[in-house]
Design a protein around this ligand. Structure first.
Ligand SMILES: [Zn+2]
Length: 293
């Protein structure tokens, strides 16, 4: 990519994730914070109806509604299907105001700290490396491949999702608000330097957590939960989990252990929004990557 023309800051893809929504509202009220000389910054609240209802979504998860074939299927008529088409028609490659980079703001009930989710395109790795250099507590989560993932950011190749937590759904916490805002501002500063050809180059490797799969809760035939996240694992996102270590606790107090073959690093542990998706946690492997400049 030669230069960045337009950046989109999007909040409220999930209506009950208040951090990103209120950051976007603040930036809309203080536009000078996001104005830069060499590109245009747009802001957008993705699911206003779900926000008004303080729900993740109205009919279906907007962040799973951007499959190409679904976007082209005009018979799909749920609120989020229609909204996804509108968003794609605004900001997608063939849209009215196509964007080059998306910063997508979310929060989680899991102990994600400050997480940047992206993929291993070099632009994206360089962006998160820069942001981590300013705040070493940031975790880099390389999430699922685009063929299996139909979130809003999939309409654009570049950028990252900011995921902060643990924060309950429908709740604003000032610390995460401020950290999210700082990440957005720092990212915009980075794009400004990028367009000037003044990218700071970091002669270092990057530690990442790469998505390798998910684990569901133990359930009976009718899908009812048979166990809970083990108290030893609760809030232990990004910590090593070795085979044989506790992951679930049954209602009778019996411990269920991790049966994998090697140590993994779970994230999104006990995320409230994932019960319905059949996900008790996502598993990652810790990797150090080099040579992405
Ligand atoms: Zn979300």
């Amino acid at each position: 990519m030669n230069s960045i023309q337009r950046v989109l800051i999007v909040g409220g893809v999930h209506g009950n994730e208040f951090t990103g929504i209120y950051v976007v509202k603040k930036l809309e009220n203080h536009p000078y914070l996001i104005q830069r000389d060499n590109f245009e910054t747009l802001t957008f609240l993705a699911n206003p109806k779900a926000f008004a209802a303080v729900r993740r979504y109205i009919d279906q998860d907007l962040n799973r509604s951007f499959k190409k074939s679904d976007l082209q299927d005009l018979t799909r008529s749920s609120y989020e299907d229609i909204r996804a088409r509108e968003i794609n028609n605004l900001f997608g490659a063939n849209g009215k105001t196509p964007v080059d980079v998306i910063l997508d703001l979310h929060s989680s009930t899991a102990n994600m700290g400050l997480t940047l989710m992206t993929d291993d395109r070099s632009f994206n790795l360089q962006l998160v490396t820069y942001l981590q250099s300013l705040n070493p507590s940031i975790n880099i989560y390389l999430s699922r491949k685009s063929e299996e993932y139909f979130g809003l950011p999939s309409i654009c190749e570049l950028g990252c999702t900011i995921e902060v937590g643990a924060v309950p759904q429908g709740v604003l916490q000032a610390d995460f608000f401020r950290k999210t805002e700082a990440l957005v501002i720092n990212a915009l500063n980075y794009f400004e330097q990028y367009n000037r050809g003044e990218i700071p180059s970091f002669d270092k490797s990057l530690t990442v957590y790469r998505h390798i799969g998910t684990i569901d809760y133990p359930r009976n035939e009718s899908g009812e939960l048979q166990a809970m996240i083990h108290p030893q694992l609760q809030f232990q996102d990004y910590q090593p989990l070795a085979p044989g270590e506790p992951i679930f606790l049954t209602f009778d107090g019996e411990t269920i252990t991790y049966q994998g073959e090697s140590t993994v690093y779970p994230v999104f542990i006990n995320e409230a929004a994932y019960y319905e998706k059949g996900i008790a946690m996502c598993l990652t492997q810790k990797e150090i990557i080099h040579n992405f400049y």
